[in-house]
Design a protein around this ligand. Structure first.
Ligand code: RB5
Length: 155
């Protein structure tokens, strides 16, 4: 962890080896913007398994240690699949401005997944800023989000 513990952080962030480079850029960007981050790893470009880091970030969000989470792997796909297995996590895989906006406005996504092999640093920062700054619209979207959060495991 590169930030202090014991308090609620703005964002828990985690990646595998393929998202590591972008995690470092996004983390620095967030710190410059005044957000507190909880860095759950990985710490290098050495090969690791992305589900392990998705679990750490989702647990931080669900425990209240962090308000939101950001996950990065090569495509963002594996991270978003793992994250969405947690009840109460609404993870959105975003590759552009519009999906980042809708992820918050409509889905109130509490975890953002990004692909380090898909997007560049500037787009990554723009997606993060858009998602963080957009307001959740509530209303009919709240009803739908409530249904997401109330859904049981499908077998
Ligand atoms: C790692 O090679 C890659 O599979 C991973 O980063 C991610 O893209 C999985 O969804």
């Amino acid at each position: 962890m590169r930030s202090g513990s014991g308090s609620v952080h703005d964002i828990a962030i985690g990646s595998d080896h393929a998202g590591f480079w972008l995690k470092e850029i996004i983390r620095e960007h967030l710190l410059k913007r005044g957000f507190s981050t909880l860095d759950m790893g990985t710490e290098s470009a050495d090969s690791v398994d992305y589900p392990d880091f998705a679990v750490k970030v989702c647990e931080a969000v669900l425990s209240g240690a962090a308000r939101n989470g950001i996950l990065l792997c090569g495509t963002g796909i594996g991270m978003s699949i793992m994250a969405n297995r947690f009840k109460g996590i609404r993870a959105a895989l975003c590759h552009d401005h519009f999906t980042a906006l809708a992820a918050k406005r409509h889905n109130n996504a509490n975890v953002l997944a990004l692909g380090g092999r898909i997007i560049g640093p500037d787009l990554g920062k723009e997606i993060v800023d858009t998602w963080l700054e957009a307001p959740f619209e509530g209303g009919r979207h709240q009803r739908r989000v409530d249904k997401l959060d109330a859904s049981q495991d499908k077998t």
